[in-house]
Design a protein around this ligand. Sequence first.
Ligand code: GUN
Length: 287
Amino acid sequence: MSATIMNGKEVAAQVKSELKQEVAKLNREYVQPGLAVLLVGNHPASETYVKAKEKAAAEIGIRSFLIRYPETVSQAELLHRVEQLNQDPQVHGILVQLPLPKHIHVQTVIDTIDPQKDVDGFHPLNIGSMQVGKEALLPCTPFGILQLLKQYKVDLQGKHAVIVGHSHIVGRPMATLLLNENATVSVCHIYTQNLKEMTRMADILIVAVGKKHLITSDMVKPGAVVVDVGINREEKRIFGDCDFESIKDIASYITPVPGGVGPMTISMLLHNTLLAARTQVKELATV
Ligand code: GUN
């Protein structure tokens, strides 16, 4: 039996069309949602991601402001710009594309973003709110994965979710969101011993490592739900962290690469930008 493919591109398009109507509603209230994207240097993958984010924003009527800096920009200059954007009423969301050059302390930059404009959901205040189950701007990739799983009616409660990768962008917030859904969660990473023993226990396997085909079919329990967050470029082709071709014959659901998690991430960024705009407009109305 072959797995059901979880079509992120299709679900993301559906989300975008709903968000487009929300933008029109905000426009009728004389609000034009705006997203500022800071891009430092010219990291090829970052260039691609930022282009995709700008295109998606334009499609649904969100204004985006791309602010570019050379690799040599000082941390002070970057922080100063973030502080200006925090005060700018035309900007409802601020995204600093990662990675940043080594001389810039990433956490200091994230800490400077107004939590209400933190559409990446990386600010400690948003992470804390997510942890206690309060409304928050949620990190786009794990949030998008959760929406995709819900769209395909994947049952999470009591299921063993095994996450491979403990990054701040994906693995850790994914664990929190799945715990909030009452899944039993294990987080594996580069120091995990006997990875295969762990992954074979997964009802839901989420892989965000950045290593082409790290997960092979012998590491997957028959009937598991497999979510591949990997984007590994090789001679203009993109490969996931999972060996899709062999795993699709034993999994019950699987995401493709490309066309799985990536488009969902972008749609959640747009969702967060609208949520941020609505929150900020509401606050203005009550002061
Ligand atoms: N680099 C890779 N993924 C992301 C993301 O989700 N947000 C930002 N800001 N940078 C990234």
